[in-house]
Design a protein around this ligand. Structure first.
Ligand code: KG4
Ligand code: ZN
Length: 352
């Protein structure tokens, strides 16, 4: 089976060709960072137009690089949500048109399901596993029991963790996208313990997250410092922020390990995905946690941790193998929780 995957839910246009033998024949991603950088964040209208301009060409290139033509495809899968609606519409309409013209099955993939299953494309990971999804739009702990079986154990009640990194970097004048810039600045800190920041939610029951208070506390720490911030002050603040985030992620995930085992006794694997999984401190701390607990730690390779189309093609393959497909009247879903039974988190971001 060969599936074309399409990703357009945020600021990256992606097309990939993946087989059920776990071969990634091509995986092309076009970043719009330069288009959005002047605004310090993603502008939905600009994103939708950029997807429209580039998607057709990207699909043609993905097919060419894979050395297959449309006739070789078994199905077309596209992100059907959650995400910025303009972009999702572009991807879904393109996939439906190809499916209709070629008589192929169409699969509307939940972008979060793409993140949740991507580890199975590159490693042999069996059900059940615990997923920590840490991206620009989400911060969730999910118990993954099978394709379509996702139980949300915890989520952010305000900002997503990547969003918190981006806002913190903006406060510190470190540029966009903020996560990598903040990590680089933190590495140059000479007094990482100089500023005390809170650990929101740490020690509380359950495993929900909150990051907006941390950002506010960071803002308060700036008061009284010479402006514009010196590189040294920015580095020390960045280090303090990164440590606080890592502490919170470890505290909440430690609780989730126990909740996951209670719900699925065989669960012994933690999978981390999403852009923030690229952060070295976060990764090291979570690895140490799983090591202590006797769990296995898995993270997809960095290129598959951040948004990409291979994970959408793979989720399509997982569903196709089970005989699933979607109707061509599928309506794009800007909000689409993976676990429909979970209460909607107040103010949680819509992108993934
Ligand atoms: O998964 P992703 O590529 O896109 C979605 O949001 O779906 O995640 C992007 C987020 C951004 O907020 C970015 O600042 C953050 O991941 N990020 C990082 C790092 N690299 C990317 N945050 C902290 N440290 C990093 N090294
Ligand atoms: Zn994502």
């Amino acid at each position: 089976m060969i599936v074309l995957g399409i990703e357009t839910s945020c600021d990256e246009t992606g097309a990939a060709i993946v087989t059920d033998k776990k071969e990634i024949l091509s995986n092309i991603i076009l970043s719009q960072i330069a288009d959005h950088a002047p605004y310090g964040g993603v502008v939905p209208e600009i994103a939708a137009r950029a997807h429209l301009d580039h998607l057709d060409g990207l699909i043609a290139e993905a097919l060419a690089r894979a050395g297959v033509d449309l006739g070789a495809l078994s199905a077309v899968a596209a992100t059907g949500g959650p995400g910025l609606i303009g972009g999702v519409i572009v991807g879904v309409m393109t996939a439906k048109a190809l499916a209709l013209a070629r008589g192929l099955p169409f699969l509307a993939i939940n972008h979060l399901e793409g993140h949740a299953l991507s580890v199975r494309l590159t490693s042999d990971v069996d059900w059940p596993y615990l997923l920590l999804l840490v991206s620009g739009g989400h911060c969730q702990l999910l118990l993954v029991e099978h394709v379509g079986g996702y139980r949300r154990l915890g989520t952010t009640i305000d900002d997503a963790v990547g969003e918190a990194f981006d806002k913190a970097a903006k406060l510190l004048g470190l540029g966009y996208p903020g996560g990598p810039a903040l990590e680089r600045a933190a590495q140059t800190a000479t007094a990482p313990g100089r500023f005390a920041l809170p650990r929101p939610m740490a020690g509380r029951p359950g495993c929900d997250f909150s990051f907006s208070g941390l950002k506010t506390a960071l803002g308060r720490s700036l008061v009284g410092l010479p402006q514009p911030l010196s590189a040294g002050d920015a580095a020390d603040l960045a280090a303090a922020f990164q440590m606080a985030v890592a502490d919170v992620l470890v505290d909440r995930t430690a609780r989730a390990l126990a909740l996951a085992v209670a719900a699925a006794p065989g669960c012994r694997t933690l999978v981390v995905a999403g852009g923030v999984a690229a952060n070295r401190l976060v990764r090291t701390r979570l690895q140490a946690l799983t090591h202590q607990a006797g769990w296995r730690f898995e993270a997809p390779p960095l290129g598959l941790c951040t948004d990409n189309a291979a994970m959408i093609a793979w989720a399509g393959l997982e569903r196709l193998r089970l005989g699933q497909r979607d109707a061509l009247d599928f309506a794009p879903r800007p909000r689409w929780p993976l676990d429909p039974a979970a209460p909607r988190a107040p103010g949680a971001g819509v992108k993934a």
